[in-house]
Design a protein around this ligand. Structure first.
Ligand code: SF4
Length: 133
């Protein structure tokens, strides 16, 4: 993922705000983006090279890469773990290899990955949808 991927990442983002307000967002950004390799350029003063997912959140959308973090049975969550970012990589992480690891050259595969890769978001059923008995 690079800043050049912004348009594609925005297109797959959900049209809903990721955070209720700044109070909710700052602890999450600090806990997750504060040491992530993708936003290291912004921490070094090169804002234009920072993480595109943060920009998408700042325009009021929820990146598809942000999955719900742990919730209590009542739906409560800790601000630092409200979401789990699938692109998060520690800046000290020695191996920036994407995960899942791509198929090795010459490795046999049962099914092609392509149609099944990417991020998926669960959406609520439309109102007035009858569920089968
Ligand atoms: S990849 Fe995720 S954790 Fe890393 S800076 Fe971007 S939004 Fe934050």
């Amino acid at each position: 993922m690079t800043p050049d991927d912004y348009d594609a990442l925005e297109a797959e983002a959900a049209d809903e705000s990721a955070f209720a307000n700044g109070d909710e967002s700052y602890p999450w950004f600090a806990a997750n983006c504060g040491t992530c390799i993708h936003d290291k350029p912004a921490r070094e003063g090169r804002d234009g090279d920072g993480c595109p997912l943060i920009l998408i959140a700042l325009i009021g959308k929820r990146p598809a890469q942000w999955l719900d973090g742990p919730r209590t049975p009542e739906g409560l969550f800790a601000r630092a773990t409200q979401y789990v970012c699938t692109e998060q990589r520690g800046e000290e992480e020695p191996d920036p290899t994407p995960r899942p690891i791509p198929d090795l050259p010459g490795q046999g595969v049962l099914l092609p990955r392509e149609p099944y890769t990417g991020h998926r978001m669960l959406t609520a059923l439309p109102e007035h949808t009858e569920t089968p008995a």
